[in-house]
Design a protein around this ligand. Sequence first.
Ligand code: CS2
Length: 484
Amino acid sequence: MADTQGMRLSRATLDRLPDMVARPAYPLAERPPGIVHFGPGAFHRAHQAAYVDAILPRDPRWSIAAVALHSTSVADALAPQDGLYVLAEIASPPRHRVIGALGELLTAKRDGAAILARLAAPTTLLVTVTVTEKGYCLDPNGALDREHPGIVQDLAQPERPTTLIGWLVAGLSARRDADVGGLTILSCDNLPGNGRLLGGAVRDFARLRDPALADWIEREVRFPSSMVDSITPATDDRLRAAVREATGVIDAWPIQREPFAQWVVEDEFAGERPPLGIAGVQFVQDVAPFEEAKLRLLNGAHSTLAYLGILLGHETVADAMADAPLAALVERLMRADIAPTLHPLEGQSLDDYVTAILARFRNPAMRHLLAQIAWDGSQKLPIRLLGTMADRLAARADVARLAWPVAAWMRFLRRSRAADDPLVDPLRDRLLPLARGDDPLALLGVEQVFPPALAADPRFREAVARAYDRLADPRAAVDEEGRS
Ligand code: CS2
């Protein structure tokens, strides 16, 4: 928050913004929120909150109570701004829009009772979630991880939850007691079958706590899956300055994203469904093909660019895409290795989908740091790349190229230095000693990342070992591979 002098964005200053800046065309927060959202980070504020902002003029019941589980920084930044913030869509020129969808800012640290009351309120119709992969507390098989320290703690003290799962079950328990009917809980994280995974974890936790509550959840609560997409680089001082320049006011925490956004939601709601269709949300019977294609193609390619790009000394996705041999390798990976594992998409060929993703990656106006994408690799790799790997092995296909991002991740771990370049990963303490040891393939023994059957497959092991060796000189390896 570099600049604190000058006029701050707030309701009082809204009408002083230049005409070019779009602003809420509805009365701000006159009613209790209809949505409770867990995890109001950049992605939520760039994506779901922007969709909701677009429906509030039509139906003001759907504003959002934003709940931060682990930090108070979003609430602290946005409270003086009445929950308002600027969303910059990064095109040439950029477009700026004030989002007014966050009607209430709550933090687990300060507002525990208010959070439970919101979840139990009859006015609350929908809960949405973006807590990233690790926030779900799942074991490698996708079930609730009962040994997760947060889950152990929440089961011991369910009335003082700390995890998303603990909070949801505490809220649902309060809601059942209030007898106001069920609810829809909509996951918006990059996990395949995200709704199914979240529903399973919530029901498992509830059953350990109170079987009757688990039965009530089974009957009254729905967990649709959804595919979410919009590239959202982290906020930096450059964005803060650009937003100030464009709007004339200070926003302590503006958000940036690419112009493209997509949200495909399984049409499985417990009660009323928000009219998000008018804002471009696609409601479908089966979201799986969309999720799978997005996670494997876009996120799989993103992680590949991140690990290979960092080894090659690049900083952003656009820089990595400007490296012709690297871009050629990633494109081939998408078209020849990943696409054959996917189901057809309704209304778009996979080939066109790949072309559109590559164009988005090339957006020269975006500074999307590879280091941001490289975070939490242990959580992302299985979802983004190892499912594809298992499918290709089952199809007896050659997996040499698909092994590159896995080997690049291993080299990336080996290089990361505790002090000046700390590794951001929940499994950090387990991964680093293995990555820095004599046998790089020792990492394949980490079951939270590599399913045992995959880790034991000699074709996989050999392909990873070969790619790892070649990546001792990443420039030569990528040049050779990109040219072939
Ligand atoms: C990225 C995603 O940081 C990452 O791991 O791959 O956040 C990606 O930008 C979004 O999923 C795009 O929708």
